[in-house]
Design a protein around this ligand. Structure first.
Ligand SMILES: *[C@@H]1O[C@H](CO)[C@@H](O)[C@H](O)[C@H]1NC(C)=O
Ligand SMILES: *[C@@H]1O[C@H](CO)[C@@H](O)[C@H](O)[C@H]1NC(C)=O
Length: 213
């Protein structure tokens, strides 16, 4: 019973989606930053319907951050053009006017923005795609935020290697001197304590950095 109901809901939703939006017919694979992408969409029928409309092509990017668990997600949305007509448009200098974001999820939409229909109908919606770097040696639109955070994470990284060396020293000493499980347990306990202290120090350092910036 529930299965039938959810199946019905899913089918209805899919049918509505098929009516409301036409698919883009171009590929979104392997898009390189700075290149031109010929966007095309719609069937014969929607070509008829969109012939006299001015169309907006909007692009958005979802910035998932650097994946360090900040949980922060930013979405930027811009008009690529507001005067497209018919069934295709060449997007030059992708992803301009958005900037290229590493790991960014891009998506384009075509909507009617002629003002003829008041409901801002979405005519086509692309799948999410990524924009590859133009050339590994060239940084496209360097982001000042990223470089400053790289700097501070370098600072953070100065702590752990020293601790690991000390731990290794103790570990070796124990392995050679007292090869007993009890000894290892004690060392493990000391090591955890040390790590906790180091983490606390790092936290304090980060707080200091925060104050300075
Ligand atoms: C795109 O342009 C249309 C028409 O000028 C405007 O209504 C809309 O808000 C713009 N969208 C964005 C994301 O700037
Ligand atoms: C939205 O626009 C489409 C196309 O112009 C039209 O078919 C539809 O009825 C409109 N919906 C509403 C709620 O106005």
């Amino acid at each position: 019973m529930t299965n039938l109901k959810s199946l019905l809901v899913a089918t209805t939703a899919a049918t509505l989606a098929a009516i409301a939006t036409a698919e883009f017919t171009n590929s979104f694979d392997g898009i390189i930053a700075g290149s031109d992408v010929k966007l095309s969409w719609g069937s014969q029928q929607s070509q008829q319907a969109t012939r006299d409309l001015y169309l907006c092509v909007t692009a958005q990017v979802i910035d998932r951050g650097d994946g360090e668990g900040s949980g922060k997600v930013d979405v930027y949305k811009v008009n690529v053009t507001t005067t497209a007509t018919g069934n295709e448009y060449t997007w030059t200098g992708v992803p301009y006017p958005l900037r290229r974001i590493k790991n960014g999820l891009y998506q384009v939409e075509v909507r009617d923005c002629s003002g003829l229909s008041t409901n801002n109908t979405v005519l086509a919606k692309s799948p999410f795609f990524s924009v590859e770097e133009e050339d590994p040696g060239v940084v496209v639109n360097p982001d000042p935020d990223t470089s400053s955070s790289t700097g501070s994470s370098d600072e953070k990284k100065k702590g752990p290697p020293a601790i690991n060396k000390t731990a290794l020293g103790i570990g070796l000493g124990v392995a050679i001197g007292v090869p007993s499980i009890a000894g290892l347990v004690v060392v493990g306990w000391c090591f955890r304590k040390r790590q906790k202290r180091a983490a606390e120090e790092r936290r304090r350092a980060r707080r200091r950095e925060f104050v300075i910036y």
